[in-house]
Write a protein that binds this ligand. Structure first.
Ligand code: SER
Length: 357
């Protein structure tokens, strides 16, 4: 589906269609978000930008799917000429394991890419005289616990504690949270001088996300969905972490709901620009135990990878998300019980039985 900017004749203003832009839309969060936005009657159409061609399972739900790079200024300029961008969900990023393998490329994509999108949002806000919402998924990777003893002894970690990331991805996300806040404040200030309407930057720090419909790649929390998907597919699996490895998790539908809820809340209700969100914490072995209840013949063992283990060991075992609960009513649908019984097991089983995996 494609639309072009409508030209009203020589010397007349170009009418641009109002859209929501999703970058990195081909990823796991993008898949869920595209479908949900399509079903929201009040949401403008969605334009997506991804380095890879958009998956056919979701391409029917978008106004236009652009295959391209967020580092391509010319592409972003053309996008802005064609569309009035009402909100940006900036999902494009290299996740933590990929970023450790290519740190300089990760910095370019995760930091310079985010700067490009913030610049686009700022210019758009100035042009249309209204703020542009900028929704940014950040991560548990911004935290860095000193060691395992501290990790397990610590109470749930709140937003301003332990901000010592050990990965390039964590550093990138933490920095971008700050730059987003900077854009938000700096340009809001300018707006009072009549020079722009500002970037309305809002960020969520996600725990490990698990989808029944897609499998992740390039992350370090991937060991959890890998255990579950392998069992459903009837494949033997060696997890790349120790059995006691514990981090917080959330189901993908809750993650998409959190993004939409944060985007929807009135600005005055927000007391901060960055919010933790979480659902439950389990160890790798506790996940395997739940998986074995439903797939008794699952063959799961452990072959820890030292580098990836070090990364998850630096992430908190539990997150304190009280601020999101207080400010904008965050509450996950899926606790550990419901995650398996109502979402993962039925949907994954259907997926592998139908052969659509
Ligand atoms: N899921 C991400 C990763 O593993 C962390 O936010 O990189």
């Amino acid at each position: 589906m494609q639309t072009k900017a409508k030209h009203r004749g020589r010397n007349q203003k170009v009418i641009r269609e109002k859209v929501i832009l999703i970058t990195g839309a081909n990823g796991e969060v993008g898949h869920g978000l595209i479908r949900r936005l399509y079903d929201l009657p009040s949401a403008p159409p969605v334009v997506v930008l991804d380095i890879n061609e958009l998956d056919r399972t979701v391409s029917g739900y978008v106004r236009e799917a652009i295959t391209g790079d967020i580092l391509d200024d010319g592409l972003l300029n053309r996008l802005a000429e064609q569309y009035e961008i009402d909100a940006i969900y900036h999902l494009a990023a290299l996740l933590s394991t990929s970023a450790e393998r290519q740190p300089e490329r990760a910095h370019r994509v995760n930091v310079e890419g985010t700067m490009n999108l913030l610049r686009l949002a700022s210019a758009e806000a100035g042009q249309r005289g209204e703020p542009v919402k900028f929704i940014f998924p950040s991560s548990i990777a911004v935290y860095g616990m000193a060691d395992i003893a501290e990790k397990h002894a610590a109470p749930p970690i709140s937003e301003d504690q332990h901000l010592n990331p050990i990965t390039m991805y964590g550093c990138n996300k933490l920095y971008c949270e700050h730059v987003g806040r900077y854009y938000s404040q700096h340009y809001r200030q300018l707006a009072t001088d009549g020079r722009g309407a500002g970037v309305d930057f809002r960020a969520l720090r996600f725990p490990g996300l698990i989808s029944a419909l897609t499998t992740p790649s390039g992350g370090t929390s991937d060991y959890a969905p890998e255990i579950i998907h392998a069992a459903a597919a009837g494949e033997a699996h060696s997890a790349f972490v120790r059995p006691d490895t514990t981090i917080p998790f959330m189901m993908m539908p809750d993650a998409v709901d959190a993004l939409l809820a944060l985007a929807d809340v009135r600005r005055e209700r927000l007391t901060r620009t960055v919010y933790n969100v979480s659902a439950f914490s389990l160890s790798a072995e506790q996940i395997a135990e739940r998986v074995r209840v439903h797939f008794p013949s699952a063959r799961i063992d452990y072959a820890p990878d030292a580098g990836r283990q070090r990364v998850v060991d630096s992430w908190p075992a539990r997150l304190d998300d009280r601020r999101a609960r207080q400010d904008w009513g965050w509450s996950p649908v899926y606790d550990a019980e419901r995650a398996f019984s109502d979402y993962l097991i039925p949907m994954i089983t259907a997926r592998y039985q139908s052969g659509s995996a």
